[in-house]
Ligand binder design. Sequence first.
Ligand code: CO8
Length: 258
Amino acid sequence: MSYQDLIVEVHDKVALIRLNRPKALNALNDNMMNELGEALYKFDADPAIGCIILTGSEKAFAAGADIAAMVDYTYPDTHRDNYIGRNWEHILRVRKPVIGAVAGFALGGGCELAMMCDFLIAADSAKFGQPEIKVGVPPGAGGTQRLPRAVGKAKAMDMLLTARTIDAAEAERIGLVSRVVPADKLIEEVLAVGKQIASMSTSVAIQIKDAVNRSFETTLSQGVSYERQLFQSAFGTPSQKEGMKAFLEKRLPNFEGL
Ligand code: CO8
């Protein structure tokens, strides 16, 4: 399948989706978000894929929602068309792991989209920010909700209210990204992480992702209870049999198709 605003590649069991509107620093428009949903659902349903990477260009992951497309919107337009809600959150329905690989700008809706990934690996060139206040709007794709959950209230308020941009080192220090790598090694490093994840049981990866995401929505005791059910049910799966037998037989496990 070919796309207008995405470039899509497959590397072994890892799908790499690149946002591709270079002239607008990957500003996120309707077509791109629709295509992103299509690509994500296609790879999520593909048994040959175990991990998905979402990235942009060297200059920008995405510099925000497309301001030129939004400037003349009215409230009746945004409300009637369910702006943002209709096509920005496909990524949240993907069951397989999604890694965000961020180089350059991840601003506004770009930072919000990045935060919808399961975790982020940043190039040392990455810059994160929620500058919506400078263009006269609050964030609309989860910035006021996911940023404080990721980095705490103080840093989130600071970023959201001042519109300041933080660099990759600060993003790693405050827990917004899990690792920082040299910009020229970003894709190579993230592909290696994706392949590591895809080499293990995809079913178990899906369960882990589901349980971690639940921890943000439930009480501790409900979350632990859910995890325990997953753990106990694992003893009815081929992943558990293969993984534990391989350990005792001192060989590498073969999780192919699991
Ligand atoms: N929307 C549309 N076009 C953009 C955007 C954007 N968000 N960002 C950059 N561009 C365009 C520029 O207009 C410019 O186009 P042209 O060459 O035709 O003039 C081109 O990309 C290159 O940009 P610059 O010349 O500005 O490049 P610089 O390197 O000088 O600056 C910056 C880079 C700092 C990233 C600068 O472009 C900038 O500040 N961009 C806007 C950042 C911003 O405010 N983002 C938040 C947007 S609002 C938002 O995301 C709301 C999210 C709500 C949820 C989602 C709703 C759908």
